[in-house]
Every structure is written in structure tokens, then in C-alpha cells.
Design a protein around this ligand. Structure first.
Ligand code: C2O
Ligand code: CU
Length: 494
């Protein structure tokens, strides 16, 4: 059921003039929000020649201090100016004014405290995506930092190391905030992983893949309207770490790439132009039991894949493209280019076994919950629902006992794929339309692609932490309009 409060809220969000009033800030300077009443104009970003700029690698953030119990970090959310389209400056909203934000490197079992200072004109909430963190540090969409305020986020890092990311999660505004640049990597490691001798240092490269739409003056265009609420806001230029279709000079050896689809709504089917498979070693929640060769790998918004590419099999000077098979347009089919340069001694190894993923037996599950995903017309506009409900912070959609193992089944009654994301813990996919997930998607996952008109089941144990978390579609326009629910993990006796 759609609650009255939520309906009123949606009316406010979707009403064309209310949109600008509700959302103070630079407005037209940064975005052309588009009016719900106007037909969509054909939009095209300025042309940029691919592979003319080198890949940028976000700086690693140093702690401001450290003691026996934790490392302390400080980040300021503020506006920044970046040259993305040659000859113009793009205003971004970034962590430390950077797009992408600085990378935080954490150790499993060692606490990190991140002070987030909000020097932007709107309220923000920071979610550590993939993190197993107490609810008050999870970036609940209503746990907002108003402009001029700060919040200390407490990350225990008590989990299997993985490629996580942090991004904005403010209610109704997540899509626009992330689009403007509020996303960064949070990479965790431990001794077991160090001991594997995978490619490290400068041979371990994070790749944030996003699509964007630009106005002629280089500003970001975020057209939200009836159509993009349904289809998602889709750009016509691909950026990796904030650079349009970059190139990277790579040594003739093995390298590790942590690929993150940080796009608002676009999915990619990633492959190498050489036709060689990618060697996947990890998924959202950490390393796989063993490496798996895949060609291509489909990655939806919010998902991460950890891959090894062995450039020693190519000739010096060769160029190998990372391509997106979901598109044939040059601006969207060519993600980036690797240029093989002279090698360096490669002492890294690709072990036959990485980290054993202990499978959670279906028999351990104490209940199966079903959630139906659908689009519905509310107030004359098509929006997204879970069990026919729009997100409402006062409603609890599931109450779970601490340490319970549960199966969650998502039934998709729409023609759109929904990459569903559940906060708090890591899951394993049991089946997709009744079939086992492909190798590579059978490890730890926190985003699951629920196919159009299909169904998917995941299993997970709600261990260690109690309190309120959210789950939602990671197409950010779907999340904001308002495909999200809440669950609570209860301590025994509560
Ligand atoms: Cu990456 Cu609740 O989101
Ligand atoms: Cu969705």
C-alpha cells in the first residue's frame, strides 16, 4: 500500500516546480532537471576523442591520526572544478572536492573512524557500501548531515576484506548526489590476502566506471523526468575514475583491477577487445574460492568485480580495449584502453585457490521472505515499488532475529532488471530463475541482478549487529522513486 505521507512526498518530488524549490543549491548552474511535463529533448554531450587522456587514480587518504584502537580520517564534502571535457571546467560535488573521492585503505579487524564534514548546500548521508557497520554509521537515508555539520562514522572492519565503496545516500537525492561526484573506494585487506601475492601496489588499480551526460558548457546534466524515473538517468559518455574513455600504460605483466559500476542506472557487459577472457578473482564481498575465466562479465549499478589481466601475453605496443558489449555506440562501447609498455619483473602469482567461500546451506534458513518488485502509477506518474509500497521511514518491512539465516526471494514483475542491494551483511545467490548463479557470481554478494519478469533467491546470516538498515534497488533513480524498504535486526528477547 502507498501511504499518504509518502504520496505527498512523491507529489513534491515529482511536481516539476516543486523539485527546484525542494532542493536548494546551485540548481540550473549544475543541472537541467527537466520538467515532468516537457517532452524529453534529444540530449548529447560534447564530443571527446577517446583514449586521449591517461587514467587518473584517486589519491589514497592518509589518516589524520592513529592509535592502538583505530585510524582516524577526515573528509570534507565540497564543490570542486575538474576538466573533464577538454577546455571546460565541470563543477562536481566531491569528497575533499575530488571526483572520485580519495581511496580509503583499511585492514580487516582494525577500526577506522571517518569524520565527514559537509560543506555542500544540501544534507548528506554517507553509506559504506558492502560494509558490516553499526546502523548509526551505515548512512541511513534519514540520518542526515546538514550543511555546515559533520558526523564521525565508525567502521569496525570486522569482515572479510573486499572492495567496498562509499557514496551519498540522502533520502530522495541519492541519484543526483552520486551523479555530481559523491563516490569513492574503500579497499580492505588482511594477512591472508597479502600472503596470496596477487598483483599489488601500482599494479592493483581501482576502476570506477560511470556514464554521464554533459551540457555544452561542460556542466553535468541530470535530467530527471517521467521517463528517466522509469529508465534511469543514462549518460552518453563513459568515464573511468572521472576521465572520459582514458588510456593506461600497463607493464607487460599481470595486473589487478577492481572494477566498480558506480553508474546511476547503466549496466555493462565487460570484455577485452582481444577476445581473451577476464580472470575474475573476487565479487562484491571479497575473493572467490578460486579464479574463474569469464567473457564477458555483466556488471550492474553497485556491483564490483575483482579481475586479473595478464598483459604478458600481448606484444609490446599492443593496445587492448576494455569494451562494453551492451552498446554499439563508440561513446559507450569503449570503456578504456590498455597500452602494453615494457615489462617489469612480475613476482605476483595467480594462486589456484584464493579464499574459501563457505557456502551457507539452505537448510539453515529459518524463513523465506518474498518481495515483489513492480512499477505502478501513483498520482499519474510511474514509480517503483516493493510489495506495492513506496519507501516510508516509519514502516519496518522485515524484522529479523540476530544471527538468523534467512532466504530472501525477489520476484520481478516488471520489464526492468533491478540490481537489489541489501545493507549490513553479505549474501550468496542461491538461484536466478531457478538456476544456480554462474561461477564468479557464486561468492559473497551485496547486489543481485533480478532479471526482468524473473526471480532470484539469496541467503545470508544477520550476525553481530542489531538495528535498522535499508534495502533497495541500486538503480539510483529507482531507489529515489522509491524502491526501498527497511529491516531491523533484533537482539534476542527484543
Ligand atoms: Cu550503494 Cu544503499 O547503497
Ligand atoms: Cu530498479
Amino acid at each position: 500500500m502507498l501511504t499518504r505521507r509518502r504520496l505527498a512526498a512523491l507529489g513534491g518530488i515529482l511536481g516539476s516546480s516543486a523539485l527546484l524549490q525542494r532542493r536548494p543549491g546551485p540548481g540550473s548552474l549544475l543541472f537541467s532537471p527537466g520538467s515532468a511535463a516537457e517532452p524529453r529533448k534529444p540530449l548529447a554531450s560534447p564530443f571527446v576523442v577517446p583514449f586521449t587522456r591517461p587514467l587518473a587514480i584517486p589519491p589514497v587518504l592518509s589518516p589524520v591520526s592513529s592509535d592502538e584502537s583505530a585510524d582516524y580520517y577526515e573528509v570534507t564534502m565540497r564543490e570542486g572544478q575538474i576538466e573533464i571535457i577538454p577546455g571546460t571546467l565541470t563543477t562536481v560535488w566531491g569528497y575533499n572536492g575530488l571526483y572520485p573521492g580519495p581511496t580509503i585503505k583499511a585492514r580487516s579487524g582494525r577500526r577506522a573512524i571517518v569524520r565527514q564534514i559537509n560543506n555542500l548546500p544540501e544534507s548528506m548521508s554517507i553509506h559504506l557500501h558492502g560494509g558490516h557497520v553499526p546502523p548509526e554509521s551505515d548512512g541511513h537515508p534519514h540520518d542526515l548531515i546538514p550543511p555546515g555539520f559533520f558526523k564521525d562514522y565508525n567502521y569496525p572492519n570486522n569482515q572479510i576484506p573486499a572492495t567496498l565503496w562509499y557514496h551519498d545516500h540522502a533520502v530522495d537525492a541519492t541519484g543526483r548526489h552520486v551523479y555530481l561526484g559523491l563516490a569513492g573506494f574503500y579497499i580492505m585487506a588482511d594477512e591472508l590476502e597479502d600472503g596470496l601475492s596477487l598483483p599489488g601496489g601500482s599494479n592493483d588499480v581501482p576502476l570506477l566506471i560511470q556514464d554521464r551526460l554533459f551540457n555544452d558548457d561542460g556542466s553535468l546534466s541530470y535530467p530527471i523526468n517521467d521517463e528517466t524515473i522509469v529508465e534511469g538517468v543514462l549518460g552518453d559518455r563513459l568515464l573511468v575514475n572521472g576521465v572520459i574513455q582514458p588510456y593506461l600504460d600497463v607493464p607487460k605483466r599481470k595486473m589487478r583491477f577492481r572494477m566498480l559500476n558506480g553508474s546511476n542506472s547503466r549496466s555493462y557487459s565487460l570484455a577485452l577487445s582481444s577476445g581473451e577472457p577476464l580472470i575474475q578473482i573476487g565479487s562484491d564481498g571479497g575473493l572467490l574460492t578460486q579464479p574463474v575465466q569469464r567473457l564477458p562479465i555483466n556488471i550492474a549499478p553497485g556491483e564490483r568485480i575483482d579481475v586479473i589481466i595478464d598483459f604478458s601475453r600481448y606484444l609490446l605496443g599492443a593496445r587492448v580495449g576494455l569494451t562494453n558489449r551492451f552498446s554499439t555506440e563508440p561513446g559507450l562501447s569503449q570503456v578504456m584502453e590498455f597500452r602494453i609498455s615494457p615489462g617489469e619483473p612480475d613476482d605476483s602469482v595467480l594462486p589456484a585457490t584464493l579464499r574459501a567461500v563457505e557456502h551457507i546451506a539452505e537448510e539453515l534458513s529459518v524463513r523465506t521472505r518474498r518481495f515483489v518488485l513492480a512499477d505502478e502509477v501513483v498520482n499519474g506518474r510511474r514509480v517503483w515499488t516493493i510489495d506495492r509500497k513506496l519507501y516510508d521511514p516509519r514502516r519496518m518491512d522485515a524484522s529479523i532475529g540476530l544471527n538468523d539465516v534467512e532466504i530472501w526471494e525477489f520476484i520481478n514483475n516488471s520489464y526492468s532488471t533491478h540490481p537489489m542491494h541489501i545493507h549490513d551483511i553479505q549474501f550468496q545467490i542461491l538461484d536466478i530463475n531457478g538456476r544456480k548463479p554462474p561461477a564468479g557470481d557464486d561468492g559473497w554478494k551485496d547486489v543481485f541482478q533480478v532479471p526482468a519478469l524473473g526471480r532470484l533467491r539469496v541467503i545470508g546470516r544477520f550476525a553481530n549487529l542489531t538495528g535498522t538498515y535499508v534495502f533497495h534497488c541500486h538503480k539510483l533513480e529507482h531507489e529515489d522513486h522509491a524502491m526501498m524498504g527497511q529491516f531491523e535486526v533484533r537482539a534476542p528477547g527484543n
